[in-house]
Design a protein around this ligand. Structure first.
Ligand code: SF4
Length: 297
């Protein structure tokens, strides 16, 4: 059995940057709290909790004795305004690529154009992005795109973790809806590279393991992309979830297994998954070896 790790997998630049900010505070013995989940990964959040770094979900929960750090996905403009109005200091760990989308939307609102955000309306990143324009609409399916009213001018941006092919299919519908369609491909480079890597790896292996938070948008996308190319794709929250008899029986006949992880999946989790499959492989080879001896004796 061969094990392949996707060429691009695990922590992205934005997540690494956010964790560096938090770890620096911790090293300097400064107590901190995060607005929202710093990243969508339970293992990482639990580790932070052990260090006394908790998440708050509204300003009412704010502990003024602790430093406030803004999550990677950003916060709505009105929340940021409240922080400023109340002179509450904060450290902004919003990914610069998310910030870039906010800037685009903010500039577009000054022009006579219908802004469309393609993404999940319940995701914190999209909620924050939408807050930069009252008139922006969010769509997340071909059906939604078909319902968009025809306009002279439409400007469209994407959630940073969107599947590129899905974005293209939405664009092809919107092309019929406007004389001038302005496209901002705001899908971040890290997302594009990890998606490309799993798209390449999935059809070449017998099974694929996708590791990452079940609420992580980009991990979910990796799973969907892999599933399209390989029906033997499994989505696990943590590497330890590999220790499951049903899953083992599904992958036990595989000669090759691919592993990937989302932008919020720690590299250690990917390594743990590799080690687990490696140990299973050794076990299987031992058993096969024993069987062989039995028959040849
Ligand atoms: S996935 Fe992209 S946009 Fe999101 S945090 Fe990572 S680098 Fe930033």
């Amino acid at each position: 059995m061969k094990i392949y790790i996707a060429e691009e997998a695990g922590f992205c630049f934005g997540v690494k940057r956010a964790l560096e900010i938090i770890n620096r505070l911790y090293k300097n013995e400064e107590s901190a709290q995060i607005f929202g989940e710093l990243i969508h990964n339970k293992t990482v959040l639990k580790d932070l909790e052990k260090k006394g770094i908790n998440c708050i979900h509204s300003l009412d929960e704010l502990d003024t004795n602790k430093k406030l750090v803004i999550r990677t996905h950003g916060i709505p403009k009105e929340v940021e305004n409240r922080l400023k109005e109340n002179n509450i200091k904060y450290i902004d760990a919003t990914c610069p690529l998310v910030k870039k989308t906010h800037k685009i939307i903010e500039n577009l609102t000054k022009r006579n154009t219908q802004i469309i955000i393609v993404g999940d309306k319940t995701h914190p990143e999209v909620i924050a992005t939408k807050s930069y324009s009252k008139n922006a609409i969010i769509i997340n399916s071909i059906e939604d795109a078909k319902k968009v009213e025809s306009r002279d001018k439409i400007s469209v941006v994407a959630q940073t973790t969107l599947d590129l092919d899905f974005f293209k299919s939405i664009i092809s519908v919107l092309l019929e809806k406007a004389e001038n369609l302005e496209i901002y491909n705001t899908i971040c480079i890290a997302t594009r590279l990890t998606q490309k890597a799993i798209d390449k790896l999935a059809p070449k292996v017998d099974a694929v393991i996708v590791i990452g938070g079940k609420n992580s948008s980009n991990t979910k996308k990796l799973f969907e992309i892999s599933l399209k190319k390989n029906p033997n794709t499994f989505y696990l929250e943590k590497a330890i979830d590999l220790n499951n008899p049903d899953l083992i029986s599904s992958i036990k006949g595989s000669d090759s297994i691919g592993i990937t992880g989302g932008a919020s999946t720690p590299p250690e989790e990917i390594e743990k998954a590799r080690l687990f499959i490696e140990s299973y492989k050794i076990e299987r080879e031992k058993k096969n070896g024993k069987k062989k001896r039995h028959y040849t004796n």
